[in-house]
Design a protein around this ligand. Structure first.
Ligand code: SAM
Length: 493
């Protein structure tokens, strides 16, 4: 697909932020809309010559997926482009008529910011703000000063933002019906610019972000205008419930380039608890590489001489043997709450869970002999960045002859005993790497990590795992350090 971002403008960039969307990009944007209602009320704010509405109409005509009427509302400030806009809309009418779709349009030769802010504020008596089922936009880009008319208009309805484009998007979002869809192409600056934090908060709290597309080469966007501005295309649905996963894709913006696409967890895009609400866009290409790397692994867990089992202590069945605190005659009992980064924090007297279990004839069958074990959580919360969370149980830190692993954990062992330390460290690094996590999420759509999933996973061979293990100088390495180490060894195979 050729996704050259933007066509040459008509010399109206500075004042009006006028950059017209090239047809392939417009078509790509229109293709991102999900199912639409039979009658679609469409908004195209900053319509220019109507490229986006035309692409939307083409999509509806080509897909023939139930849209019977399109009622388009278009806002455009530039009087000089209106003839071209009308001509485009006449073509749309013609196209729709051929497909039995009713097409009507309403052009507002007006300032979208001023008019919509006033309508949303209720200043224009008797004119309720309109509502839309779909919006497609390439809004104008221009900084708006703190005291500008635009800034004041937006502020009057509680929108604080420093660029026209974010002002447009914030207004458009407010006029969507619940489940209404927005596809936009904008600069990428709102994703991490410090000044855009209020905008990000507004945007992310009102919309369910479904798709992000980036142009990976800087030059590709606005090439003919020598404006180095990175663009992003997004598809979002009005509603407060963010989906767990989001599709990210990228293309170079060169002629004939490919779009690489990946589904990734939303928590990788906006990190839980990040007060800045930065929107990180992991490269879809790196996800594709992860898949390739994993496909190159052929060693089974069994051929490594290892087994994975689910923790054998089912606490409610052994209630009488559980102890809050370690005491004479007990051994450690480990729950997910004892995970502490890469290692174990035991005992945890502040936790609600017991820390110990009696070691007697009744409990012994459910215990394992002390040794180095790799533990993983069976359930991770949606907020956790990685779905696969592994840590190392090392008898150096927890002195005991036997240990109980509770049923919410899985543990890797060698025929019921601990692992050699170097192998365990390598396995620990591999399981905690982003490569495995990305791959894992693809085949397991839920937050539960079953022993079977880990049993059927392909692993690096023993030499590679041991080489990784030897290099692990500490277990609390950053994600970046683990990834660097793991990829280095996987690619050295
Ligand atoms: C980036 S261009 C995009 C044009 C068209 N949607 C496209 O994709 O080809 C933005 C358009 O918004 C118009 N515009 C700028 N400020 C505006 C405003 N305050 N109200 C309405 N339109 C505006 C410009 O004249 C320009 O045509």
């Amino acid at each position: 697909m050729n996704l050259m971002a933007i066509e040459s403008p008509r010399g109206r960039q500075g004042e009006l932020g006028q950059f017209l969307t090239a047809t392939p990009v417009a078509d790509f944007m229109a293709s991102l809309f999900g199912p639409l209602p039979r009658t679609v009320r469409l908004l195209d704010a900053g319509a220019g010559a109507g490229a986006l509405t035309a692409a939307f109409v083409s999509r509806c005509c080509e897909r023939d997926d139930g849209v019977r009427a399109i009622e388009a509302t278009l806002y455009e400030l530039d009087g000089e482009i209106l003839d071209a806009l009308v001509a485009t809309l006449r073509e749309c009418e013609h196209r729709c008529a051929g497909k039995g779709i009713r097409f009507t349009f309403d052009i507002h030769h007006a300032d979208f910011i001023q008019e919509m802010s006033a309508r949303l504020a209720g200043d224009l008596f008797g004119t309720h703000p309109p509502t839309f089922d779909a919006a497609i936009s390439n809004p104008p880009y221009r900084k708006i000063g703190t005291d500008s008319a635009e800034r004041r208009a937006l502020r009057s309805i509680g929108i604080e933002t420093s660029n026209l484009y974010t002002g447009f998007i914030a207004l458009i979002q407010r006029m969507l019906v619940p489940r209404g869809q927005l596809v936009g192409i904008t600069p990428r600056s709102f994703c991490n610019g410090p000044y855009f934090r209020p905008f990000r908060e507004d945007f992310l709290s009102q919309l369910d972000l479904r798709r992000l597309h980036v142009f990976e080469s800087r030059q590709a966007a606005f090439r003919e205008d020598s404006v180095l501005q990175e663009n992003i295309i997004f598809h979002a649905v009005k509603g407060r419930n963010q989906s767990d996963d989001i599709t990210v894709s990228s293309s170079s913006g060169e002629h004939g380039d490919e779009v690489s696409e990946s589904v990734i967890p939303f928590v990788e895009v906006v990190h839980p608890g990040d007060p800045e609400r930065f929107i990180h866009i992991p490269s879809a290409a790196s996800h594709a590489r992860a898949k390739e790397t994993m496909n190159g692994l052929h060693t089974s867990l069994a051929s490594l001489g290892l087994t994975i089992s689910t923790g054998r202590v089912v606490d409610f069945r052994l209630k009488n043997a559980l102890r809050k605190q370690p005491e004479r005659g007990t051994v450690p009992l480990l729950y997910p709450c004892h995970f502490n980064g890469g290692t174990i924090h035991w005992p945890r007297l502040d936790a609600r869970k017991p820390n110990a279990i009696l070691d007697n004839d009744e409990t012994r069958p459910w215990l394992v002999p002390s040794g180095v074990y790799v533990l993983t959580k069976r359930f991770t919360s949606k907020e956790e960045r990685r779905r696969l969370v592994a840590c190392l149980y090392d008898p150096e830190w927890v002195k005991a002859e036997w240990v109980g692993f509770e049923n919410h954990l899985n543990y890797f062992h060698a025929g019921g005993h601990g692992l050699e330390r170097t192998l365990a460290c390598g396995l620990f690094a591999f399981l905690n790497s982003t490569v495995v996590d990305q791959y894992f999420r693809r085949f397991s759509g839920h937050t539960q990590v079953n022993a079977t999933d880990l049993r059927t996973l392909a692993y690096p061979n023993r030499d590679t795992l041991e080489a990784m293990g030897r290099e692990m100088k500490s277990l609390d390495l950053s994600q970046e350090a683990i990834d660097l180490l793991v990829t280095k060894h996987l690619h050295a195979r």
